[in-house]
Ligand binder design. Structure first.
Ligand code: PLP
Length: 448
């Protein structure tokens, strides 16, 4: 692709005047230079200057099957020509029913029913509204507080954003703070120096347990947690931590919501990581992104049969879950997701499991660079965390734009990075091959 200077000028000018981009600085509306992407193909995207870049973050952790898949375009076209939309209020469509059945087949425990949304934030929001409804119908109107953690990212709608635990997401924004209780991030790299990883795990579990005891289980409705905190910097909790939290939730009638918006649909080599990778059986799982690999906006919540059964047996079986989005169960989105499911099941999940150890081991070779404090990850998600000093692990003495600067260097060399202050996140499309992993790692090394 040749760079098209006129196209770029037009786009930049129009965006500057009229487009509000996500996460802009005050007053800028996001007008600061952002790379203009012209097209995508496989693991690559092409910028406005005609440079081909490896799509290191797979869009936003989402283009799992890779860009420009003809069968995806075809299924969108065919579904649009057959039925482009139907109201989900009092009609239904076949693709959403089949997709719900296939998702339930793969979900752990007794998770049996799916509510489809337009993305991850609306999935988390739906899970939380369902918890509120569930407790209202059961006559436990006081049981509504939500436990969340530092380092968490759960979305950009009001309630989902209120759970976010990254300081910069909350600094200038309001939230439903009276509904949310924050716990520590389960980040072993940043654990207190005095604690071993096992000791840190015990401390996290104790914090959880004592918080439930202090507030009272009768006031806590749900815990929401990513199995691997993604946008917090690919934070893998200590072994056994998630199961222990799950048990405390079970013992206290607190719904465990596993936010798999990033980890579901292949990123860790399975459809859902909660059960297959972490041995968990949550009460609800939220998903989005990889369910359509970004070809269509879709998300959802998988809900446990036990909860539905309890509602059926309640004193108010006619109470209405007054919750629905115009695009709930969108037929095109669900048809796209079914095709995406085929691709994952016909080899891509197996491929992911096969290349993931190579991806992780090659990225870990970067730990010999003085700037790199730790490389961590699982499956096809990883984070390179930079520190000023390996002993103190201090990121603060570093230029706060170090991630952005590494990204800028890498873009010149042919790789798009997801910079997070002092961290570089890598979560390429799952179709990546070993030799493409070599390219990615060698560019990242040079960029750093
Ligand atoms: N939950 C997690 C774990 C996420 O990473 C994200 C987005 O990155 C969301 C929820 C919100 O999803 P969306 O941006 O599709 O609304």
């Amino acid at each position: 692709v040749q760079g098209d200077e006129a196209l770029r000028k037009d786009a930049v000018e129009q965006a500057t005047r009229h487009l509000v981009q996500p996460w802009p600085y005050a007053g800028s509306a996001g007008a600061e230079a952002r790379t203009l992407i012209g097209e995508g193909d496989g693991i690559y995207i092409t910028d406005d200057a005609g440079h081909r870049l490896i799509d290191g973050p797979a869009g936003m952790w989402c283009t799992n099957i890779g860009h420009r898949r003809e069968e995806m375009a075809q299924v969108m076209y065919e579904q649009a020509m057959q039925l482009s939309y139907n109201t989900p209020w009092y009609t239904m469509n076949a693709p959403s029913a089949e997709l719900a059945r296939r998702i339930a087949d793969h979900a752990p425990g007794d998770l049996s029913h799916v509510f489809f949304t337009t993305g991850g934030s609306s999935a988390v929001e739906t899970a939380l509204r369902f918890m509120q409804f569930f407790n209202n119908v059961r006559g436990r109107a006081d049981k509504k507080l939500i436990l969340s953690r530092g380092g968490a990212y759960h979305g950009s709608t009001y309630l989902s954003a209120s759970l976010n635990g990254r300081p910069r997401d909350r600094d200038w924004m309001d939230g439903a703070d009276d509904l949310v209780v924050k716990l520590s991030s389960p980040d072993p790299f940043r654990r207190p120096k005095s604690l071993s990883v096992e000791g840190f795990c015990d401390a996290l579990v104790e914090e959880f347990r004592s918080t439930v005891e202090r507030i009272g289980a009768e006031r806590i409705g749900a815990f929401v947690g990513e199995p691997v905190q993604a946008s917090g910097g690919v934070i893998l909790p200590p072994n056994g931590y998630l199961k222990r939290i799950r048990e405390i939730c079970r013992a206290n009638d607190i719904l465990y919501v596993s936010d798999e918006v990033v980890t579901a649909f292949g990123r860790l080599g399975s459809v859902f990581a909660s059960g297959d990778v972490f041995g968990l059986d949550p009460d609800m799982i939220t998903f989005a992104k990889g369910v359509t690999s970004g070809y269509f906006p879709l998300g959802g919540v998988v809900i446990s049969e036990r909860l539905l059964e309890e509602l059926r047996r309640s004193n108010h079986p006619d109470a209405m879950f007054a919750h629905g989005l115009t695009y709930t169960s969108h037929p095109i989105g669900c048809a796209v997701a079914l095709k995406n499911f085929d691709i994952l099941e016909n080899g891509l999940l197996a491929h992911t499991r096969e290349v993931a150890p190579y991806f992780q081991s090659q990225l870990r070779t970067l730990e010999d660079l003085p700037l790199v404090g730790e490389v961590r990850g699982l499956g096809l998600m990883a984070c390179v965390e930079c520190v000023a000093d390996r002993e103190s692990k201090d990121p603060l003495e570093l230029d706060k734009d170090v991630g952005k600067r590494i990204d800028a260097h890498c873009q010149e060399l042919g790789l798009l990075v997801r910079p997070l202050i002092n961290m570089c996140v890598m979560s390429p499309p799952l179709v990546i091959t070993r030799s493409q992993i070599d390219d990615l790692v060698s560019i990242l090394r040079e960029g750093i």
